[in-house]
Design a protein around this ligand. Structure first.
Ligand SMILES: [Zn+2]
Ligand SMILES: [Zn+2]
Length: 256
């Protein structure tokens, strides 16, 4: 092992699933695992796609630092933990609970919006706030974090082109977007293979929605939050999950 291969420190896993990486005392960025592969991000820079293990992902950041690169966007600070059992059990997704009444319809809208964000190369950093409210998110092409309107990203009046076309000030050149989006969305899958199963079939989606419905408004309200994990947690199969949830919600509505 040469010097370069040893010179990083991996921090503890953050609530969002990232592991901060320091190189020679410099905060270089973070790595994360998704769908069996590891990825590295230095905010403000392009990093190459998937890596086989966390060491290779961290090495990509060591390499950038050794080249003289530095993050140009400050890494997101860690959210404070609330030391309750519920907070611990829901640590991976409670920050994604919609900033709306937690009805089944709003949970399904949130799942649809998050699925489309994933297709467009964005990661939500807060719960779905509704179509016309600013939504905190991260650009996965370059690490930029800021607020975008869902109504602008999903398109309007039949035009599905996300606006602005430049994504945000300081992003990669528009000509590079398509390739960069393909790179960051390469991890997307049709089926969920996560350790915790997310619903990607209509029967699975029905089961989750009915469990939430049964727990809501009772003294088991906290369980509704626990069950919403299946809907809100990041999943490589988020597009199929959103479709299954939409169909299941239609079935529940027609049974009323
Ligand atoms: Zn960007
Ligand atoms: Zn999944």
């Amino acid at each position: 092992m040469n010097n370069e291969q040893q010179s990083y420190q991996l921090g503890a896993r953050e609530e969002s699933g990232r592991y901060p990486v320091k190189v020679g005392g410099i905060t270089a960025g973070y790595i994360y695992r998704r769908h069996g592969s590891w990825y590295s991000v230095m905010p403000g820079h392009r990093t190459d796609g998937r890596c086989a293990d966390r060491h290779a992902a961290a090495q990509a950041l060591v390499h950038l630092i050794n080249q003289g690169q530095r993050p140009t966007v400050p890494p997101q600070s860690t959210r404070p933990h609330t030391p309750t059992a519920l907070a611990r059990a829901t640590a991976s997704y409670t920050y994604l609970i919609p900033d709306l009444r937690p009805t089944l319809a709003n949970l399904v809208r949130a799942a649809e919006a998050m699925a489309r964000l994933a297709e467009l190369g964005w990661s939500p950093l807060a719960g779905y706030p509704g179509a016309d409210q600013p939504w905190m998110m991260q650009c996965r092409l370059c690490g930029w974090e800021g607020r975008r309107f869902w109504s602008h990203l999903r398109g309007r009046n039949g035009d599905l082109t996300p606006r602005p076309i430049t994504r945000h000030p300081g992003c990669l050149p528009v000509a590079d977007h398509e390739e960069a989006i393909q790179k960051v969305t390469a991890e997307q899958a049709t089926r969920c293979e996560c350790p915790f199963t997310h619903p990607t079939s209509v029967p699975q989606a029905l089961d989750v929605l009915k469990s939430i419905q049964a727990a809501r408004g009772t003294r088991h309200d906290a369980r509704a939050i626990l069950f919403s994990r299946a809907i809100l947690e990041p999943c490589p199969a988020s597009t199929n999950r959103a479709k299954a949830l939409r169909s299941a919600l239609g079935l529940i509505s027609s049974q009323k």
